[in-house]
Write a protein that binds this ligand. Sequence first.
Ligand code: ATP
Ligand code: MG
Length: 450
Amino acid sequence: MAILTKAPRGTQDILPKDSFQWRFLETVTMETAALFGFKEIRTPTFEHTELFCRSVGDTTDVVQKEMYTFTDKGNRSVTLKPEGTAGAVRAAVEHSLLADALPVKVSYLTSCFRYEKPQAGRLREFHQFGVEMLGSKSPSADAEVIGLANEIFSVLGVKHLALELNSIGCPECRPKYHKALKEYFESRKDELCETCLSRLETNPMRILDCKSPVCSAIAKDAPVVLDFICDECKEHFDGVKARLDSMGIAYTVNPRIVRGLDYYTKTVFEFVTSQIGAQGTVCGGGRYDGLVEELGGAKTPGLGFAMGLERLLLLLAAQENELPAPRPCELYIASIGDAANIKAGELCARLRSEGFYVECDTMERSVKAQMKYANKIGAKMSMVLGDSELESGKAALKDMDTGESAEVSLGDELTQRLYDAGLARATSALTDQIGDAQLLTLLGQDPISE
Ligand code: ATP
Ligand code: MG
C-alpha cells in the first residue's frame, strides 16, 4: 500500500546520511544568534486559528489558501503553525516577557506547515530558523537583525546572496499609498484575477504579491511605496541604510518587496539568490510595530526574520559548499568467541563513558565480516580480541588508514593511545567545529575553505 510506504506529499524524511547537515545548520544559526544575545524560545506546533488570522492577515495567501486548519475533538479550530512569529509574540505577551529588560530577543528552529504546491524549495512541511526582537523602534535594531542574518551566511561561506531592502511605511502613511494603488488597479480591474479583485477592496498591497503572471505584469507599473512614506518612516529607513553601510553590508533598495505576511511595517528585507531555481528567497523579514498590540499586548515595536532551511541547504549544495563531515567511529573492537565479545562490550562501555565513539560486534559475525563492517563505517582504529588477548590483557591497536599497529594494554594505556591519536574526548565534535569556524571568521579567514 503506497499510503504506508510513502510520506505525505510535500514532506521530507531527513535520513541519517543527511541529518548531520541539518544539525550543523541548526548549530551555526542558533550559536551565531546567541552571540547577538538571542535566546531560544519553543512554542507549540499548533495554535488557535484566530492567532494567525489576526497576525499573518486574513487577506494573505498564507491564511486564505495555505493553512493546515482543523477542528479538534473539543470543537476548537486550531492550525499547524505556518510561520514562527505569531507564536513567539503570543508567548512573549502571555508570559509578560516584555516586562523584563528590553529588548526581548528570541530565536527558534521550527517546522512550518503550508498547503502549497510542492516543488524544489517549496514544501508543505518545511523548517525555519528565525529570530524576533521586541521593544526597540530604533533603526539600530533593524541593522542588528539584518546583520545577524548576514553573519550566519558569512559563517556558512554562502556566496551570491543579495540583500534586498524596502520600507513599506506605517499606519500613518500607508492609507495614502493604498489609495494610490487602488486608483491604479481600478483602472485595470478587468484584467485582475478573482482573488485580487477582492484584495482591491480589502488590501490592495497584496496584489503586488500575487503570483499570477497577469497580475504581476500589471503590478510592475503600479505606484511605488517609497514615493509615499512619511518623514518618520523615511528617516528610519535612512537610519537603517546608514548602519548597513557602516557595517559594510551590501544591499539594493527594491521598492517592489511587500512580503507575504500582513504584519510588516517600515523595513522589509529579503536575501535572494538565483542559484536554486524559482524559490530564491532564502530569508525574509522585517519590522512589525503593530503586531504585539494586535495580539493583545502593550504597544511595542518589533522585528525579525525567518530563514528557510531547505532552501539554505539547496544553496549550500549548489555552491558545493562542504559541510563538516560527521564524526567517524574512533575504534572498532572485533572479537572472536563469546568471552572476547563480552570483553569487547565492557571496553566499549568504558571508552564511551570517556567520550570516545567506539563499536563492537552485535551481529555475531565472523571476524572477517566484522572488519569489513569496521571499514564500511570508516573506523579510524581497530583491534581484534581473542583468547590470547584476553589472557595477556593486551591487543594490537591498528591504525586503519596507515595499517600500522602497536601492542597496547587494554587498561589505561588504550585510553591514552586514543587521546594521543588526536581522538580526544569531544562531547560534540560539531560544536567544536563551529567554535573554530567562528574564530576563523573573526580572524577574517574563510572558515569553509580552510
Ligand atoms: P515565498 O514567496 O517563497 O512563498 P514567503 O514570503 O511565503 O516565501 P515567508 O513567509 O517570509 O516566505 O517565510 C520565510 C522563509 O521561509 C522564506 O523566505 C523561505 O525561505 C521559507 N519558506 C516559505 N515557504 C516555504 C515553503 N513552502 N517551503 C520551503 N520553504 C519555505
Ligand atoms: Mg509563500
